[in-house]
Design a protein. Sequence first.
Length: 149
Amino acid sequence: MAGDREWNKGWAIHRLGDFEEGLHLVREGMRQWNETGAALHATNYEICLVEIYILQGQTAVARSHLAAAQAHSRRYGENYLAAEMNRLEALVLQCEGAPTAMVHERLANAQAIARQAEARMNSSRRSRRWREPRPHTRKPSKDPSHHEV
């Protein structure tokens, strides 16, 4: 998809320590993605920037991207990253010097959301097993030409 290559490459380069080039490529990937008019997965792009800016010590910028991710998630129902957003909010709060209790509350929320998601996934898997058609066993043919020798 448009922008994915740059975004992924930028993320990897940033994680390897080339912050400037990595951030440039991530932003370029996001630009290409946005030019398509797509809204899906924008939450993921925003939380990627949250983590990048936390690693660079730019907490205020990280906070603004977290707010954008949360707003996009609410608007488009992209809830699959809710646990990660809570985890990153805990990191931002920690960097901002928030009380430990607030940080722990966000981490507990992240864990609870992840557990709920896991439970839903496991429940879905179990229910699919019952709905999936069972393989039919072939009845032996009475025609002798179909029997294996």
